[in-house]
Design a binder for this molecule. Structure first.
Ligand code: GLY
Ligand code: MN
Ligand code: MN
Length: 410
């Protein structure tokens, strides 16, 4: 941060679902990252050049009471918040405004934090935007700065402890996948598979699904964000499961595609192995120094080769394709990789060189509407200087491995 800067981080509001019910609350990932406080009405102030040492770092947590205890349960005490956060100055959040307003008089620059994910879709004014407006209105002559670029840089490289939490989410996800393999057979419904996964995630202390689970059989798998999970799985069809657990706010992101009857047809296996080859080639390219945006483009030629081999594209279609609308997009309309962490589509700059410590997905897919099948294979990789470390290396991925597990004694 610049000299004489005050940074402020707020937490997410509870959003009304309807009547007096709220949506499941989730902490602002930056506030969580910096403080470890997973509770509403949290504020964090950072002021390195504060006039008094005690104002360098201040945390505010919601004042608890007997009434809150009765209705909502236990909230952090001041002592607990100190221990969790490592911040020694902790106050109740009803004193935030007074302290913040006072400190503003000694700061030149103010760092405010908003969601600057490059694919974020605006869904109404977020808590932090409302907060920024209020502060800028009250103090129009300060110089305002963005915290997001700093937070993105910090969050993209995962600490050893963060990798352990991601691995825990992945291990729970692995258990869910094995449970689903034992359950899937012709006649089961997509939502029943979802329920099996939910059970396994929650019973292992996951906080639930990392994102809306995609359990998509047959042609449903060609709908990339299919989440209704309402169809019956038929013999001979495939089942795509893009499902993973969240643990301690860290997210896994797994996709596996399996045969409903426990055996791939020759064609399905051919397409499956084509996707697996692309997956492996792309994964091997993910090293420090590579630019994610370039990698997403480079996978294109690998995919084109496989689509030619499967008879889905012809050489002449590729030769005369429009550069801005390449032919392969018909069968592979999404990117190969995204950052992963506290957000499933985590923050990070896809135009910068990857650094060791970043965690990325690798998730090519081939979707053939006319054959009513969609296959995606997605793993989570820790970037190192050379070969990436596959955090999902223990999760079955070979077609035969999956068949064997599905056919081993139920
Ligand atoms: N599950 C979301 C994704 O794969 O990006
Ligand atoms: Mn993904
Ligand atoms: Mn996914």
């Amino acid at each position: 941060m610049k000299k004489d800067s005050l940074a402020v981080f707020v937490s997410n509001d509870i959003v009304t679902r309807s009547a007096d019910a709220g949506y499941k609350w989730r902490q602002n990932p930056d506030t969580f990252y910096l403080s470890g406080i997973d509770q509403e009405e949290t504020f964090l102030l950072l002021f390195s050049d504060a006039p008094e040492a005690k104002y360098k770092e201040i945390l505010f947590v919601r004042r608890t009471s007997e009434l809150i205890m009765v209705w909502e349960g236990k909230k952090h005490t001041i002592e607990e918040a100190k221990k969790i956060s490592g911040v020694s100055e902790v106050y109740w959040s009803d004193s935030f405004e007074d302290i913040f307003n006072m400190l503003m008089h000694y700061a030149d620059h103010v760092y405010l934090n908003t969601n600057e994910h490059d694919r974020s879709i605006s869904m109404g004014e977020a808590t932090e935007v409302k907060f920024a407006r209020k502060v800028m209105n009250h103090f129009p002559l300060h110089k305002y700065e963005r915290s997001a670029p700093i937070m993105h840089e910090l969050r993209v490289s995962k600490s050893k402890y963060e990798v352990e939490l991601l691995q825990k989410a992945i291990d729970i996800t692995h258990k869910g996948f094995l449970r689903a393999l034992k359950f899937i057979k012709p006649g089961v419904w997509e939502y029943e598979v979802e329920a099996e996964l939910t059970h396994e995630y929650v019973i292992n202390r996951g906080s639930g699904h990392a994102y809306e689970p995609i359990v998509a059989t047959g042609e449903n798998a060609c709908v990339l964000h299919y989440v209704s999970n309402e169809a019956q799985c038929k013999a001979g069809d495939l089942l795509l499961m893009d499902c993973a657990a969240e643990y301690a706010n860290y997210n896994a992101d797994l996709t596996r595609t399996v045969p409903v009857s426990g055996k791939f047809t020759a064609r399905q296996k051919k397409v499956y192995n084509a996707v697996l080859r692309v997956h492996r080639e792309a994964a091997a390219m993910m090293k420090s120094g590579v630019v994610l945006n370039d990698l997403n483009n480079e996978v294109r030629s690998i995919m084109e080769k496989e689509l030619l081999g499967l008879g889905l594209l012809t050489k002449s279609e590729i030769a005369k394709q429009d550069k801005n609308k390449p032919a392969y997009k018909k069968y592979f309309p999404h990117g190969t990789a995204h950052f992963l962490g506290l957000d499933v589509h985590d923050v990070g700059n896809r135009f910068n060189k990857l650094q060791a410590g970043a965690v990325l997905t690798c998730e090519p897919g081939i979707y053939i509407q006319e054959e009513k099948m969609g296959i995606r294979i997605e793993n989570n990789l820790l970037i190192t200087k050379d070969k990436p470390l596959d955090l999902m290396k223990n999760i079955p991925i070979e077609a035969e491995e999956i068949e064997d597990l599905m056919n081993s004694k139920k």
